[in-house]
Design a protein around this ligand. Structure first.
Ligand code: SF4
Ligand code: SF4
Length: 113
């Protein structure tokens, strides 16, 4: 955000203006707040995931909450979820994800989009 100089515009006014700050997506996401629900709002059925070859959730989740574990099963942590719905839209197996929004205002609070 451009900040006006404190006094009238003059020869050296622009020296007083703070430069525009650029934030990467990672920096923006790090500013979000999470009011974590003790009950997961997304539940993964690993028995269904076991038959999935695409595993689009791993590459598509912007918060990188899905991982492939050493035994080949899917690991998932709901606590930093951005509630974007991408995993549910792209998942190719019916019933693999049970998806709800967190209850009672819990979940993510965006600060920088
Ligand atoms: S959540 Fe969906 S896309 Fe991800 S491994 Fe399970 S079945 Fe595959
Ligand atoms: S809703 Fe979005 S952020 Fe949350 S787990 Fe699914 S893809 Fe990741």
């Amino acid at each position: 955000m451009i900040q006006k100089p404190e006094k009238s515009w003059g020869k050296n006014s622009f020296k007083k203006i703070r430069p525009l700050t650029y934030m990467t997506m990672t920096e923006r996401l790090s500013k979000n707040n999470f009011f974590i629900d003790e009950h997961p709002h997304i539940v993964v059925d690993r028995s269904i995931c076991a038959g999935c070859e695409q595993r689009t959730c791993i590459s598509a989740c912007p918060a990188e909450l899905f991982v492939e574990l050493h035994d080949g099963s899917i690991g998932f942590n709901y606590e930093q979820c951005l509630e974007c719905g991408t995993c549910l839209i792209l998942c190719s197996k019916d019933g693999a994800l049970t998806w709800n929004y967190p209850k009672d205002g819990r979940g993510v609070s965006y600060r920088y989009g």
